[in-house]
Design a protein around this ligand. Sequence first.
Ligand SMILES: Nc1ncnc2c1ncn2[C@@H]1O[C@H](COP(=O)(O)OP(=O)(O)OP(=O)(O)O)[C@@H](O)[C@H]1O
Ligand SMILES: [Mg+2]
Length: 373
Amino acid sequence: MTSFDAIEIRRPDIASSYLALLAAQPGRPLALFAPRRVGKTHFLDHDLAPAARAAGLLPVYADLWLHKSAPLEALNHALEEALDDLQVPAGRLGKMAQTPVQRVTVLGNSVDLGPTPARRALPEAPALRLDALVTRLARQHKAAVLLMLDEVQTLGEAPDAAGLLASLRAVLHKRRSEVSAVFTGSSQEGLARLMNTAGAPMYQFAQMLDFPVLDDRYLRLLANHFHKVHPTRKLELAALREGFQRIGHKPGLMRDIIKAMSAEGITDVQRGITHYMQSPQQTALWRALLDSVEVFDQAVLTIIARGQAPMSQATLQALAAIPGARPTIAKVRASIEKLKRQGLLTRGATGSRIDDPLLAEFLATQGTPPPAR
Ligand SMILES: Nc1ncnc2c1ncn2[C@@H]1O[C@H](COP(=O)(O)OP(=O)(O)OP(=O)(O)O)[C@@H](O)[C@H]1O
Ligand SMILES: [Mg+2]
């Protein structure tokens, strides 16, 4: 390993187990549950896509967030690009084949490209277009397509969410021998809402799985590289494990923390994390994040971060100190719902909790709520 940044964990075993699950229940997508920044997209890109390709499938990735108001179009766009890639192979000849010229000379040899077969135009309506694209792509590839839909909670937030879900479900069911699908999302809350809203077409449709976070293998590689850089110093695995848990098992963040520790020559992981969190860059990030929500919601977040009951009398009294706020249970409840939609709060075992454990720590160390303004 040449640098901390080059450290990467591959998880082909998890990818094959997902492919086996998909094969065992045609027409039923998998929905991967995981908190933010734990490596969902990385997994789709570096593990699932290669495993799918090795199994003869054609993986197609679409980030639905990119086209929030029209997620089905985002999906169709990804499919169209995949179709283009199949029809126009990369390289010089491929590029030329796109032009109307039918006889071209490649390095002195005459190549007859033949007439391009006439194709019916794809339907305009997004749902029909999706159906047609999936079929066309599977035929062209002569094998099934694996749709990897990232940030799929976007579907639930789009206008006419119910209609979109119904269309997607219908296509995945009808074309089950030609297509399978894996969903992931960064908002656990949004994904849960999308999947579990009683009466929604997606209800009981997808199989929900807990996406596993990285294990000791990753931490060992980080420790090994640290030791290579500082031959006289060592990071303890147990301490790394504890630290990784403290920051919510986010590999990119862990790597940044270890890099900072390496630069400063720190080996105490807990101290390294605290140090990193208190750095001006990090606190500025938290501040900016908090400034993007209303003062009342900030106070509700702080109360939850401190483990205080958000609906209690004491909380309402504390919230009453915010100028202009007339706190009621209903207002607190509405604020909690809003914070969940924004991905700042998530459902915990005993009520709502802050999604990011480091933000929770930061909030808990701030001044008494409500924050002064
Ligand atoms: N298997 C891995 N090995 C090494 N680093 C990883 C691995 N998976 C993820 N990372 C690192 O963790 C960071 C977050 O990964 P990624 O963007 O895939 O997470 P995510 O769960 O999709 O996040 P979000 O919720 O923001 O969509 C990236 O910097 C990535 O490099
Ligand atoms: Mg992602």
